[in-house]
Design a protein around this ligand. Structure first.
Ligand SMILES: [Fe+2]
Ligand SMILES: [Fe+2]
Length: 408
């Protein structure tokens, strides 16, 4: 499998090449480079390389910048640092445009001379080092995931377009068809085309399945190593959490949300990462907290043994895979949803969907004490409502059995 070096908060420096005599320009370039290096050191940014603008590109640097941006789509870095951003482009409009363009790839632009470009607070040096080490060798996402996400995000795209992309990946095609033909969906006739499957399942469910299937496969291919996670249970838990979250959202807000299914199905990817990339420490976590129903105990044990929790590492990895912001944010806050500034509603629904899925599959009985009362009342629910969702979901879960083949 193709490996992609993923460095969290890895940044590149960009030296602006001024028009000047060769020696003067060289000195100036050196000075900028040093300033950028100091800035990165001070702010614990991992400077991977420094680009020096070719002299001739100063008259029209945009093609050069665009080339850089295109390379950025491979997501090898998360920020670009220039010495003086104001001098990169004279017109303010163009400067804004540059920031917007980089933003599309979730790449921040920092300027050494301007304090308005804020560096986000970094975790302690030791901890961020250990996180980086954990995700360094993560395989990149298959291209089909990016394409599917793009198509689904575009309101103008059609089922035909989406089916063309999925059909190019034969493994994925057969998994989607297997799912739609499973007893869970219960269609009397065999469905044999992807386009038909998309029409039945809908864009948003298909997106969630493509995303999760591709991601889980990356991990299950490694799964011949020691593992503390039961992958089939993990997949069932994730799928049921997605089904529950989608339903709760609709009940509460009388509408569908295009991200809820994907966000919920991916909420625990951090666990897969810890299991595969920090196996020995994670084995201590599962040994210490075999019953994962009380999230606080799990998070505490993860912090103790792995120095990082699954929502944090899941968030970092989702970001480095360039998944939409809403997904990485919900992953980050699924155990603490009221802290999410932008996606509180989605994070809260996934918080509930996760716990209900866990109660249904693990304990088999409703236990009100696993829910945080503040969070439940904040979204306008009470224990009785949760019990109704629990009963509903229990019926669904009974039909999940034959889905096991989906990820094999
Ligand atoms: Fe979780
Ligand atoms: Fe979970």
């Amino acid at each position: 499998m193709r490996k992609n070096l993923v460095l969290v908060m890895s940044v590149i420096g960009y030296v602006i090449s001024y028009k000047a005599k060769n020696e003067v320009r060289e000195l100036e370039n050196k000075r900028q480079k040093e300033k950028i290096e100091n800035f990165c050191r001070k702010n614990a940014l991992d400077l991977s390389e420094v680009f020096i603008e070719p002299e001739e590109s100063r008259t029209d640097y945009r093609p050069y910048l665009m080339k850089l941006l295109n390379n950025a789509s491979g997501r090898k870095f998360s920020a670009i640092v220039v010495y003086d951003f104001d001098r990169l482009a004279e017109e303010e409009d163009i400067r804004k445009w540059i920031i917007e363009e980089f933003k599309k790839y979730r790449i921040q632009v920092y300027s050494v001379t301007q304090t308005s470009f804020k560096v986000p607070p970094e975790e302690s040096e030791e901890k961020s080092k250990s996180i980086k080490e954990k995700v360094r060798d993560l395989p990149s996402l298959p291209e089909v995931v990016t394409k599917v996400t793009e198509i689904v995000q575009n309101p103008k795209s059609s089922a035909a377009e989406l089916s063309v992309v999925i059909s190019q990946d034969s493994g994925l095609t057969s998994r989607v068809l297997k799912l739609v033909n499973s007893a869970y969906y219960g269609f009397p006739k065999q469905i044999s085309s992807i386009q038909h499957a998309i029409m039945i399942l809908g864009f948003t469910t298909i997106k969630g399945l493509v995303l999760s299937s591709s991601i889980f496969r990356i991990f299950s291919s490694k799964n011949n190593l020691l593992s503390s996670l039961d992958y089939i249970s993990f997949w069932k838990h994730s799928l049921l959490a997605a089904i529950a979250s989608k339903r709760i959202y609709k009940e509460l807000f009388f509408e569908e949300d295009e991200n809820i299914f994907s966000a919920a199905i991916l909420h625990d990817i951090g666990k897969l990462i810890l299991d595969q990339y920090d196996h020995n420490n994670y084995a201590n976590v599962t040994a210490e907290v075999p019953d994962q129903i009380y999230a606080n105990q799990v998070l505490k044990a993860e912090q103790k043994y792995c120095e990082v929790t699954h929502p944090t590492i899941g968030h970092l990895v989702a970001e480095s895979w360039n998944l939409p912001e809403v997904l990485s944010e919900v992953i980050k806050f699924h155990h603490d949803p009221l802290k999410s500034e932008k996606y509180e509603r989605l994070a809260t629904v996934v918080y509930l969907g996760n716990l209900i899925s866990q109660l249904v599959l693990d304990s088999g009985e409703f236990r009100g004490d696993v829910f945080d009362e503040n969070i439940v009342t904040h979204i306008g629910l009470n224990n009785d409502d949760l019990l109704i969702f629990f009963n509903d979901l229990q019926e669904e879960a009974a039909q999940l059995e034959d889905l096991e083949s989906f990820f094999k």
